[in-house]
Design a protein around this ligand. Structure first.
Ligand code: ADP
Length: 485
C-alpha cells in the first residue's frame, strides 16, 4: 500500500503542453479512482477549451521542426522511450492496474506490448521512402514522395491506457507528425507517466501534448473542426466514432477509427478442443473481457459443445478474482459502476430470455466493481449480447450444426473487427477465414494483437489499420511530383 501511494504521489498530474507541466485553467481537476475499491486515487488537471487550444497551438508550432528532424533522430527518441518503458515497467504496470483494475500480469503484458509499438515504429521511421518512374508515354518522370500529414489529434480509450496511446504516438512521431493526445478521463495516469518518458527521451517541446479532460466533447470538437490538425485518430466506441467522423468531415481531416467489435469465436467439430478452450480463455478473459477483440459470441459445433462448455467453465472457475495488485489474481474488477451495470444487464436479459447459467451470472458482493467469470449456454437469438459488446468476463455459448449457418451468424452484425476460427482442417480454416467479414481472423489462436501486424476492422468497426507496415502510412501523405523532360 505504501508503494502504491508513493507511486501515485510521484506521477505527474498536470497537463503536458509544449514540453511543460501546466495546471488547467482555473486550477480545475478531475478525480481518478481505483476500480477495485471505488476509492479516490488522486486528482489530475482537467483541461478547458482554452487549455485545448493551447495544446493544439503547441502542436502546430512544433510541426515544422519535427518534420525536419532527421528520421534517425526521431527513431532514436522512440528507441530511448522504448528502453525507458522497460526500465520502468514495474511502476508503469502498477500504475495501470491501480487506475484501470486489470491484473498485474495483464498490465505487464500491456507495458511490453505498448513499448513494442515504439520499437516497431523506430525501425519504420528510417524506412519511409518513395518512388521514381518514367511516365508510360515517356517524356515525363514521376517522383512520388511521402510527407507527414501534419499535426494530429489522438483520442484513446480506458481499456488499454498505455498501448492505445503508443500505437498512435509511435507512428505519429516516426512520420514526423506532432500531436495532441487525449486519454480517457477514467485512466489518464498511464499517459501522463508516458509523457514524462517521452520528455526524458528527448522529444522536442510541443511534439506531443497530453490533454486530460472530463468534458471531451466540448473541448475536442472545436479543435477537430478548426482544421489545424490534419488528422484524427480515434479508438473507442462506434457511437463516438461516428460523431467524430462527422466533425472531421468539416475540414476533411484524414481519419483512423478503431471502433467497437462483436467477435465471433467458432469451434468446429474437427478442432483440437483443448487448444480451443485455451484460445477461448485468452480471447475472453484477457483484460477481464474489456477488449474490443474479446470473443463476444462463441459458436460451438453441437457434437462437441458439452465437452467444450464443461472444460471452459472448469478453467474459468479456477481463475482467482480480486484486486489486480494481488499476486496471482487473474480476474480484476470492471472499470466502473456503469460498466458493471451494463454487464449485469446483458446477462439478466439473456437469462430472462432462456439462457442457462453454467458458471457465475451475478455481480460479486464486495467493494469495487467485480463481475465473476460467467459461462452461459442456450443464448436466445434475440438476446442483446448477440449484438452488443459485453466488455466483461462473460462467455455466451451457442451450438451450431453447419458451416454455412455459422458463417451467416458471424456476419449478422454491423461490426467487423476480428473473428476466431478453430479447426484442424486447413482448407476449412482458410475457407472460413475468407468468408467471415472482419479485418482480422485468429486461425487456431485466441489473440491477434501484434505491433508488427495490421490491426483494424471493417464495416462499423472502423477505418484504417494500426501497426504493421501500413500503420505509418496513416500518418503520411503521398506527394506526386511530375517532372517534364
Ligand atoms: P468507451 O465506451 O470505451 O468508454 P468512448 O468512445 O466513450 O469509449 O471513449 C473513448 C474515448 O473517446 C475516451 O477518451 C473518451 O473521453 C472520448 N470521447 C467520448 N466522447 C467524446 C466526444 N464527444 N468527443 C471527443 N472524445 C470523446
Amino acid at each position: 500500500a505504501e508503494r502504491e501511494s508513493s507511486l501515485i504521489q510521484a506521477t505527474p498530474k498536470r497537463l503536458y503542453i509544449n514540453g511543460e507541466w501546466v495546471d488547467a485553467e482555473g486550477g480545475a481537476t478531475l478525480e481518478v479512482h481505483d476500480p477495485s475499491t471505488g476509492r479516490l486515487l488522486c486528482t489530475v488537471a482537467d483541461a478547458s477549451e482554452r487549455d485545448g487550444w493551447n495544446a493544439l497551438k503547441a502542436a502546430e508550432v512544433a510541426q515544422p521542426g519535427l518534420a525536419a528532424m532527421p528520421p534517425r533522430e526521431r527513431a532514436n527518441i522512440l528507441m530511448r522511450a522504448f528502453e525507458l518503458m522497460h526500465e520502468r515497467k514495474d511502476d508503469l504496470a502498477l500504475l495501470m492496474t491501480l487506475e484501470m483494475g486489470k491484473p498485474l500480469a495483464d498490465s505487464y503484458g500491456e507495458v511490453t506490448y505498448a513499448a513494442e509499438f515504439f520499437r516497431h515504429f523506430a525501425e519504420e521511421a528510417t524506412r519511409i521512402s518513395g518512388s521514381y518512374q518514367t511516365a508510360p508515354a515517356g517524356g515525363a518522370r514521376f517522383l512520388v514522395a511521402k510527407q507527414p500529414v501534419g499535426p494530429t489529434i489522438l483520442i484513446t480509450p480506458w481499456n488499454f491506457p498505455l498501448a492505445m496511446g503508443t500505437r498512435k504516438l509511435g507512428p505519429a512521431i516516426a512520420a514526423g507528425c506532432t500531436s495532441v493526445l487525449k486519454p480517457a478521463e477514467l485512466t489518464p495516469l498511464s499517459m501522463l507517466a508516458l509523457a514524462d518518458i517521452l520528455h526524458e527521451a528527448g522529444l522536442p517541446a510541443g511534439a506531443v501534448n497530453i490533454l486530460v479532460t472530463s468534458t471531451a466533447g466540448k473541448v475536442m470538437e472545436p479543435l477537430i473542426r478548426s482544421g489545424i490538425a490534419r488528422k484524427l485518430s480515434f479508438t473507442g466506441s462506434t457511437g463516438v466514432g461516428r460523431k467524430l467522423l462527422e466533425q472531421a468531415s468539416e475540414r476533411v481531416l484524414r481519419t483512423s477509427m478503431e471502433l467497437g467489435g462483436n467477435a465471433g469465436f467458432v469451434v468446429f467439430e474437427d478442432a483440437d478442443i483443448d487448444a480451443a478452450v485455451a484460445g477461448a480463455l485468452l480471447a475472453k478473459m484477457r483484460n477481464t473481457g474489456e477488449a474490443c477483440t474479446a470473443a463476444n459470441r462463441i459458436f460451438v459445433h453441437r457434437s462437441v459443445i458439452d465437452e467444450f462448455a464443461a472444460k471452459l467453465a472448469a478453467e474459468m472457475e479456477q481463475l482467482p478474482l480480486g484486486r489486480g495488485v494481488q499476486e496471482g489474481v487473474r480476474v480484476g474488477p470492471l472499470v466502473d459502476a456503469k460498466q458493471l451495470a451494463k454487464v449485469d444487464e446483458l446477462v439478466t436479459d439473456a437469462v430472462d430470455g432462456g439462457a442457462r447459467v453454467l458458471l457465475g451470472g451475478a455481480p460479486v458482493d464486495r467493494e469495487g466493481y467485480f463481475y465473476p467469470p460467467t459461462v452461459l449456454t442456450d443464448i436466445p437469438s434475440n438476446a442483446r449480447m448477440r449484438q452488443e459488446e459485453i466488455f466483461g468476463p462473460v462467455a455466451p455459448l451457442t451450438p451450431f450444426d453447419a458451416e454455412e449457418e455459422v458463417i451467416e451468424w458471424i456476419n449478422a452484425t454491423e461490426y467487423g473487427l476480428v473473428n476466431y476460427v478453430y479447426t484442424e482442417n486447413l482448407r476449412r480454416g482458410i475457407r472460413v477465414a475468407e468468408a467471415v467479414e472482419s479485418g482480422m481472423v485468429g486461425l487456431n489462436q485466441g489473440a491477434v494483437s501484434n505491433p508488427a501486424a495490421p490491426f483494424g476492422g471493417i464495416k462499423e468497426s472502423g477505418l484504417g489499420r494500426e501497426g504493421g507496415d501500413t500503420g505509418i502510412e496513416e500518418f503520411l501523405e503521398t506527394k506526386y511530383i511530375g517532372i517534364a523532360m
